[in-house]
Design a protein around this ligand. Structure first.
Ligand code: GRF
Length: 221
């Protein structure tokens, strides 16, 4: 009997790679039916590259600073990614705005994680902004990538409380604990064929999800 081919995943990073680590750990624990075929960073010498190498995953750098235009970087990145013939591309702290052509090429095959309860707080400095806005809860969203920055359909969202005395550091730590739960979960769903983007919506096990995705509520402080 043929064993089903594992979902081939390329992970894009720019920094510490703790979300990459959560995926590596999920594979090692036998929880994720994926093969991480490559890790690509747009920044040299980041911790995420070391994490990949330690796990015997092919890791390489494509430095955006060596390209004159966003378009030429995205084109080179696309060629590099496609050389690994991935089924899924996972943006894990990849701090680049992508061209519409690039995102369209991977429509329905690319996930991103964003540290806010989207559609709230798209863009940067989400933890500070959530505290300043007087929110009582904050969180993180895994979504399919479309041409709209932080705007594609949500797959799963985890929310955490904001407590008295929180600053961006304490809050980001609380949010990151959930990141490391929901990213492996979304990738597992995708790999098992349960999560898809259909007609611009996230669909889980055949059911279209609400615009905020599958909800996870944490009261951990
Ligand atoms: C995470 O907070 C993620 O939500 C954001 O970038 C950060 C990446 O962290 N998109 P790491 O590199 O996975 O540790």
């Amino acid at each position: 009997m043929l064993t089903p081919r594992k979902t081939r995943v390329v992970v894009l990073i720019s920094g510490s790679g703790s979300n990459l680590q959560a995926l590596i750990d999920g594979v090692a624990a036998g929880d994720l039916p994926i093969e991480i075929v490559a890790v690509i960073s747009n920044r040299p010498e980041v911790l995420g590259l070391e994490r990949a190498t330690r796990a015997n995953i092919h890791a390489e750098v494509l430095d955006h600073k060596t390209f004159a235009h966003r378009e030429s970087f995205d084109q080179a990145l696309k060629e590099k990614i496609d050389s690994y013939q991935p089924d899924l591309i996972v943006l894990a702290g990849f701090m680049r705005i992508l061209t519409a052509e690039f995102t369209q090429h991977y429509q329905g095959k690319m996930l991103n994680i964003h540290p806010s309860l989207l559609p709230k707080f798209q863009g940067l400095h989400t933890h500070e902004r959530a505290i300043e806005a007087g929110e009582t809860r904050h969180g993180v969203t895994v979504h399919f990538v479309t041409a709209e920055l932080d705007g594609g359909p949500a797959a799963v969202q985890a929310s955490v409380p904001i407590v008295a005395g929180d600053d961006a550091t304490t809050l980001s730590k609380r949010v990151q604990r959930q990141e490391h739960v929901i990213y492996p979960l979304a990738v597992k769903w995708f790999a098992e064929g349960d999560l898809r983007m259909i007609d611009g919506k996230s669909v889980l096990k055949g059911e279209p999800l609400s615009s905020s995705g599958f909800q996870i509520w944490s009261d951990e402080t």
